[in-house]
Design a protein around this ligand. Structure first.
Ligand SMILES: Nc1ncnc2c1ncn2[C@@H]1O[C@H](COP(=O)(O)OP(=O)(O)OP(=O)(O)O)[C@@H](O)[C@H]1O
Length: 261
């Protein structure tokens, strides 16, 4: 299986409005993508389609080689890790960090009736070390900073060894240092031999890490551009994308954007 996401002419309509229009998007195993767009451009709606929480009004969806409409989505979801900030509000403040991570195995948020084995905790500890939050073991969620909480959620998302990991605005609310630390953790994750395919949704151009060799630009529910990040994230393209003159400069394999004078 080399095709991870395959959207063919996908549209999603709500209340007489096209939220997503004619989306064609193909993600291959081994690629990591950044998805960029302004508020309301349809990024979360797109992830909802990929995870089967929304059903397209038109078009075909295939994820991890499985054609939607012919397979059990709940089974497929076990192979998809989804990290979004909406999870944060659902975690109990007194939950232990390692319990939050282990709960990813059950797609639950924290532990209640689940009975994880010793090996599950060993796996959770390994992932926490890999995501550079091993020092949080034994602490409660309420004692963790925003950056640490994001790392815990990513570790939780990895617990079921997903083939596809969706990171939705993972850096929101982080200061400059915590953000760079998290981005470096994500870059390192992509360098592991068994790394899942990562889809990284963001508003911020400069967060397109070297690992995100491909970018999808969404505007008003349509694909504005997609392909190699270096080809897509240029001064000309982004000035047209935002409808205002901007400058894009690449430093150390990352794009940086400023407004033109
Ligand atoms: N269930 C729904 N019913 C009607 N409109 C919806 C629904 N879900 C999303 N929308 C609308 O679709 C548009 C795209 O929303 P979406 O949340 O996908 O954008 P986004 O790019 O993720 O935005 P943000 O960056 O602000 O999170 C918005 O105008 C939103 O109001």
């Amino acid at each position: 299986m080399t095709s991870v996401i395959d959207l063919h002419d996908v549209s999603w309509r709500r209340q007489q409005e096209n939220i997503l229009s004619d989306i064609n998007w193909h993600v291959e195993k081994g690629e990591h993508w950044a998805v960029l767009g302004l508020n309301g451009s349809g990024k979360t709606s797109l992830l909802n389609i990929v995870t089967g929480y929304s059903w397209p009004t038109a078009g075909q969806v295939r994820v991890l080689g499985q054609p939607f409409g012919k397979i059990d989505i709940r089974t497929l979801r076990k192979s998809i890790g989804w990290v979004s900030s909406s999870l944060q509000s659902r975690i109990k403040e007194t939950e232990l960090t390692e319990d939050i991570v282990v709960s990813g195995k059950y797609a639950s948020i924290g532990l209640a009736f689940e009975e994880p084995a010793e090996a599950d905790f060993e796996k959770a500890f390994r992932i926490m070390e890999q995501i550079r939050c091993g020092y949080l073991i034994g602490r409660t969620y309420q004692t963790c900073s925003q950056g640490e909480r994001q790392k815990l959620l990513i570790a939780r998302g990895l617990m079921a060894s997903p083939d596809l990991l969706l990171l939705d605005e993972s850096t929101s609310g982080l200061d400059f240092i915590a953000r760079e630390e998290l981005l470096s953790t994500i870059q390192k994750l992509t360098e592991q031999a068994d790394a899942p395919t990562i889809i990284f949704v963001t508003h911020h151009i400069e967060e397109v890490l070297p690992a995100f060799s491909r970018t999808l630009l969404l505007r008003e529910g349509s694909v504005f551009a997609k392909g190699s990040s270096e080809t897509i994230l240029t001064t000309d393209n982004l000035s047209r994308f935002y409808g205002m003159p901007v400058n894009v400069e690449w430093h150390r394999n990352r794009p940086w954007i400023t407004l033109q004078d």
